[in-house]
Design a protein around this ligand. Structure first.
Ligand SMILES: [Zn+2]
Length: 208
C-alpha cells in the first residue's frame, strides 16, 4: 500500500508512521529525516536544505522532488511506503503523479494550540530518542543513553508558528486537491489519545 500522511507539522504523522511501518512492514519515508541525515553528514543537499529548515520555510520543490523520486525507486518501496512530509505543495503533488500513484492520503486533523504546545515541548537526543517536557519531570538527559537532550531549531515556538502559517498557505490546498481526486481520508486527532487515533488509522490502512 502506498500512503501519504498529510497534516500540519506536529500533528503526529511521524509517530504514527513509525507504528504503521512496524505493523505493515513498509518503509517510512520522512523527507525531514532524510534532510536531517544529509545536514548531519554535511552533504551539498544538506547545506542547501539547512537554511530553509532553520527558518521554518519549505525546502524548494526541485530539491525535494528529486530526493523523493530517488528514494521511492529503491527496492524496499516495491510493496508500498508511508510518505511523511511529501508532497507539501500542489506542484510537488503534480510532479509525484508522474512517477508514482498512491492508494490513499490520510489527513491528520489537530488544533493549532495543541500542536504549538506539543512541538515546542519536544526534546530530542542524538541517539534518535524523542521526549516531551510535559513527561520529562525536569530531566535534561536521555533515559536510554544519558546524552544531553536538545530542542531542534525548527521546534522553537516562533518557528513552529511560522511553519503552521506556511502549512496553511502552501500545503493545506492539498486537502481539497486530494478530496477532488477521491484519495483523501480524514483522521480526527482532537481530544483523543495517541492509541485511539492509531487504532482508527490502522483500521483505515487495513481496508486499503
Ligand atoms: Zn539518547
Amino acid at each position: 500500500m502506498k500512503i501519504v500522511l498529510l497534516g500540519a507539522p506536529g500533528a503526529g504523522k511521524g509517530t504514527h508512521a513509525q507504528r504503521l511501518k512496524v505493523d505493515f512492514q513498509i518503509p517510512h519515508i520522512s523527507t525531514g529525516d532524510i534532510f536531517r541525515a544529509n545536514i548531519k553528514a554535511g552533504t551539498a543537499l544538506g547545506v542547501k536544505a539547512k537554511g530553509y529548515i532553520d527558518r521554518g520555510e519549505l525546502v524548494p520543490d526541485e530539491l525535494v522532488i528529486d530526493l523523493v523520486k530517488d528514494r521511492l525507486a529503491q527496492k524496499d518501496c516495491e510493496k508500498g511506503f508511508i510518505l511523511d512530509g511529501f508532497p507539501r505543495t500542489i506542484h510537488q503533488a503534480e510532479a509525484m503523479k508522474q512517477f508514482v500513484s498512491v492508494d490513499a492520503v490520510i489527513n491528520f486533523i489537530l488544533k493549532d494550540e495543541v500542536i504549538i504546545k506539543r512541538v515546542s515541548g519536544r526534546r530530542v537526543c542524538s541517539c534518535g530518542e524523542t521526549y516531551n517536557t510535559a513527561l520529562l519531570n525536569g530531566a535534561t538527559t536521555c533515559a536510554k543513553c544519558g546524552n544531553e537532550l536538545y530542542q531542534r531549531a525548527d521546534d522553537k515556538e516562533e518557528t513552529i508558528k511560522n511553519r503552521l502559517q506556511v502549512y496553511y498557505k502552501e500545503t493545506s490546498p492539498l486537502i481539497e486537491y486530494y478530496k477532488n481526486n477521491g484519495l483523501l481520508l480524514d483522521l480526527d486527532c482532537n481530544d483523543r489519545s495517541i492509541d485511539e487515533v492509531y487504532s482508527d488509522l490502522n483500521a483505515m490502512v487495513k481496508k486499503l
